[in-house]
Design a protein around this ligand. Structure first.
Ligand SMILES: Nc1ncnc2c1ncn2[C@@H]1O[C@H](COP(=O)(O)OP(=O)(O)OP(=O)(O)O)[C@@H](O)[C@H]1O
Length: 321
């Protein structure tokens, strides 16, 4: 009989739950619940399991916040719970709560050629380290290394490293943002709000007054070619994505590839392809040759969080990915 586990991907707005076939990793019955319409994770899991009519005893839920102890509190929502209590209340044998980017990284070994778009470089080297990063509401980062015939995801808060400018234009941006924010992390430029920060800094460095724009306004005006500042901001966003990805590649020698996740880049794919992204990725001075062949892939699979939560759980249960 097919054995199923519960998998989940919980963000600030939506909680997605699904079944995962333990032997194959196949995801089915994907159901999305609005987090604002429910009191907590246990409530939506119960609703989901009542629908399924399956004897589910194992689960893995990816969630958008740092996971450091039993008590889990979401960053952008008021859901909070004890993992131990949740496992006991659901009468599960096994329940893991993992960070959402840990899940995205664990999905990578499961992806096929159809799930990605390559941006330059050669072929990925099997079992070499992998980096994944993604701009969305924030900037998520994770690394994946292959040790003792299993994949290990290295967590961290890599989105909060210092923004490292590498051109006169980027120096100007840093100066303006530092005056406003103090510490300028990479996330302050590589996220939805980051795109707006770039636009505002470009306008302010020219001693003009920026408009009150949303991230979507900046990318739409850039694509429509109706605002030169927005176009510069979007171009710079792509270049800084390249520099940041190149830094991840250098740090861990990611000859297994660098992957881009997150909801922002897919919204202007053609612009991204034609941008200075790859040149900036390789713009590493004496180490240009080192990163030259490292492939970059954008993940286009629509549920990498669920796929990765399933992969994480299956590996814990002793399956080989
Ligand atoms: N067309 C667009 N161009 C640029 N940024 C956009 C666009 N549409 C939305 N955004 C920004 O993208 C960010 C949301 O990113 P994303 O869609 O990856 O969701 P998330 O909140 O990070 O993830 P989840 O869906 O798991 O909660 C927001 O900052 C939003 O303002």
């Amino acid at each position: 009989m097919t054995k199923y586990a519960l998998v989940g991907d919980v963000g600030g707005t939506n909680a997605r739950l699904a079944l995962c076939e333990v032997e194959t990793g196949l995801i089915s019955q994907v159901t999305t619940y609005s987090t604002s319409e429910h009191h907590g994770l246990e409530e939506v899991i119960r609703l989901f399991l009542e629908e399924q009519q399956q004897d589910v005893k194992d689960g893995c839920i990816a969630i958008a916040c740092p996971i450091t102890e039993d008590w889990v509190e979401m960053t952008n929502h008021d859901w909070a719970f004890s993992t131990k209590a949740l496992k006991a209340n659901l009468a599960f044998d096994h329940l893991e709560i993992i960070n959402d980017f840990t899940a995205v990284s664990m999905a990578i070994p499961m992806l096929t050629e159809e799930d990605v778009i390559q941006f330059g470089g050669g072929a990925a080297v099997k079992d070499k380290p992998i980096a994944v990063y993604g701009a969305g509401t924030g900037l998520g980062v994770a690394h994946l290394v292959h040790v003792d015939r299993r994949w290990v995801s290295l967590p961290g808060e890599g989105g909060h490293v210092d923004f490292a400018p590498n051109s006169v234009e980027e120096d100007l941006i840093l100066r303006v943002l530092r005056e406003e924010l103090g510490h300028v992390s990479a996330e302050r430029v590589l996220s939805g709000a980051g795109l707006v920060n770039l636009y505002r800094a470009i306008v302010k460095s020219d001693k003009r007054e920026p408009e009150n724009l949303k991230p979507k306004d900046v990318s739409e005006r850039a694509l429509a070619d109706s605002c030169i500042d927005c176009r510069r901001a979007l171009s710079l966003f792509c270049v800084i994505m390249g520099r940041f990805g190149g830094n991840l590649a250098l740090t861990l020698g990611t000859f297994g590839g660098v992957y881009i996740a997150g909801g922002i880049v897919p919204r202007f794919l053609e612009f991204f392809k034609a941008s200075g992204f790859r040149a900036a990725f390789e713009d590493k001075g004496r180490f240009r040759d080192y990163v030259h062949d490292i492939p970059v892939y954008m993940i286009k699979h629509d549920q990498p969080g669920l796929l990765g939560a399933g992969a994480h759980l299956r590996q814990t249960l002793g399956r080989v990915l």
